[in-house]
Structures are given as structure tokens and as C-alpha cells.
Design a protein around this ligand. Structure first.
Ligand code: ADP
Length: 269
């Protein structure tokens, strides 16, 4: 997995063609060997989160995107299972309503950016405004096409302010999506997850792929890289995301703050 994580990163400015990426890829890893690695990464994440909180000067923002049934919820459940809930906030982004509709599209997003010491997880994000909005022509092209630049500027501002950003596209095949939808129809405990609207959305598969390709090419930057995670195999998806999160937090070179006083001089009964 060591070299695999950097292979999954979209090089800034590089043209991306998802058709050339295999969503079933496991980079030579085997399921049997992975449980132990995942457990280790979850433990490391817990320690790094503690350090992030102790330092209290920066935060981590994790953006999750993916087609319906792509595994966003499962990733959060499994990869984040070792984190201290006090230091994590998950924000889902749905169809804008109320005050959200009466502001610019980044207003609700900025409001959910994690405060110093915290980890923020976006379950969908501002990228919906160049994905679903583009695919369904909810605004004219002149409007959505400016958003790549606006998003890059916004993320650069966040990064320069102390927010470390890492973005994951969970990439499954059309067949895998069908398999997961069928399971939702078949299994009583999963029926609630099925929405006929998801089937309608499936008809726009190719338009979504085009929109993802553009998003990846235009918005993977040195300060906020995109990673494409082959996500047909849930175990590989979890392992890859956990590994990249560990590496990202390690790269922040987090440090404990200096004690407020010379602790060696403190005496008490
Ligand atoms: P999820 O699929 O994330 O579990 P929902 O089934 O409630 O949750 O789906 C949320 C929906 O909100 C998705 O269809 C998504 O495309 C849509 N959405 C999110 N942000 C926007 C936006 N800015 N404009 C329009 N639709 C959006």
C-alpha cells in the first residue's frame, strides 16, 4: 500500500479519464492481509487526532464524493471508528434549502469548515455545485464553469489559514452500483436505503463521469489534492482512505504546544 497511495493522487493539472481507472483495482493487496493494516491505521489516526487537538492551531477537512451507493457512509463508519467523537464533525450536504438557497453556494460550506484542532468530514460537499448542478443544468454553464476557479481560490484561502484539505472520490463501476441497489431491494434491513430517485440518477451515469473528470482535472491542487479511490472492494477502499489520512496528518508535522509554565518547578502537596 505504501506506493499505492501516491498513485491514487490526481497530479495537479493532469487530465483525468476515469474510464482508464479500474474501480475493482486492489493494487496487488489481498483481503486477508488487510484487516490488520486497517486496524493499525485506525489506531494511528486516533493518536494523530489527539495531537491535532493538542496543537489546536490547525484542522483537517476530509471531502467525500461519489456516485450513489459509492460507499461514503460506509467509509465514514469504518475508517473514522477510532476517532474521539468530541473532535469530529460530519456534515452532509443535501439539496440546498431555506437560508442556504438565499446565499452564495459556498456559504453553507464555509460555515461547516472544522475549527482548529478538529477533523471535519464532508459527506458530499461544494463539489455538488459542479456535479449534480452541472449534470441537471440547474444553473447555466457560464455560472458553473466559473466555480472550479472559485473553489480553488476558496480552498487555497482555507489552506493558507491552517485548514489541511484532502479529497476522496469513491469510484465504483456501474455494475457494482447495480449490485448494491439490488441488495437494497432484496434485504429488509437495507430497504430504507433504496430510493427510486437513485435509479433515475443512474441514467445520467456518463454525464456524471464527464463532470467528475473535469472536477478532478481542474480542482486537484497541491494544497487540496483529489484522490480517486477504487471502491468496488470495500476493504480496499477503507484501507486506502485510512492510509492517506494517516499520511496527510503525519505530513502536517503536528506538535504538542509548549507548556504554559516551567513544569519542573511546579510543586504541590
Ligand atoms: P446521500 O445520497 O448523500 O446519502 P440524499 O439521498 O439525501 O443523501 O441525497 C442528497 C442529495 O442532495 C443528492 O442527490 C445530492 O446530489 C443533492 N445535493 C447536494 N448538494 C446539492 C446542491 N448544491 N444542489 C443540488 N443538489 C444537491
Amino acid at each position: 500500500m505504501n506506493h499505492a497511495s501516491s498513485k491514487l493522487m490526481v497530479r495537479p493539472g493532469k487530465k483525468v479519464d476515469l474510464a482508464r481507472i479500474d474501480p475493482g483495482d486492489t493494487h496487488g493487496m489481498h483481503k486477508q492481509a488487510c484487516a490488520e493494516h486497517l486496524a493499525k491505521n485506525i489506531e494511528r489516526l486516533s493518536l494523530l487526532q489527539y495531537l491535532l487537538y493538542a496543537e489546536g492551531r490547525r484542522s483537517l477537512l476530509v471531502v467525500l464524493q461519489g456516485i450513489d451507493a459509492g460507499g461514503k457512509d460506509g467509509t465514514i463508519k469504518h475508517v473514522m471508528s477510532g476517532l474521539n467523537p468530541q473532535g469530529v464533525r460530519v456534515t452532509p450536504f443535501k439539496v440546498p434549502e431555506g437560508a442556504e438557497k438565499r446565499h452564495d453556494y459556498l456559504w453553507r460550506v464555509h460555515n461547516a469548515v472544522p475549527e482548529w484542532g478538529q477533523i471535519g468530514i464532508f459527506n458530499r460537499s461544494h463539489y455538488e455545485d459542479v456535479l449534480v448542478v452541472r449534470v441537471h443544468r440547474l444553473v447555466p454553464k457560464e455560472v458553473w464553469s466559473q466555480r472550479y476557479r472559485q473553489i480553488n481560490d476558496f480552498e487555497q484561502m482555507l489552506s493558507e489559514s491552517g485548514v489541511r484539505i484532502v479529497k476522496f472520490l469513491l469510484y465504483i463501476s456501474k455494475e457494482e452500483q447495480a449490485k448494491r441497489f439490488r441488495l437494497r431491494l432484496r434485504e429488509k434491513t437495507k430497504n430504507w436505503k433504496f430510493s427510486p430517485a437513485d435509479l433515475k440518477e443512474r441514467e445520467y451515469w456518463d454525464s456524471y463521469i464527464d463532470a467528475y473528470n473535469d472536477m478532478l482535472r481542474q480542482c486537484s491542487t497541491p494544497h487540496a489534492p483529489w484522490y480517486v479511490i477504487p471502491a468496488n472492494h470495500k476493504w480496499f477502499r477503507n484501507l486506502a482512505v485510512s492510509k492517506i489520512l494517516v499520511e496527510t496528518l503525519q505530513d502536517m508535522k503536528l506538535e504538542y504546544p509548549k507548556p504554559a509554565a516551567d513544569l519542573s518547578k511546579i510543586r504541590f502537596e
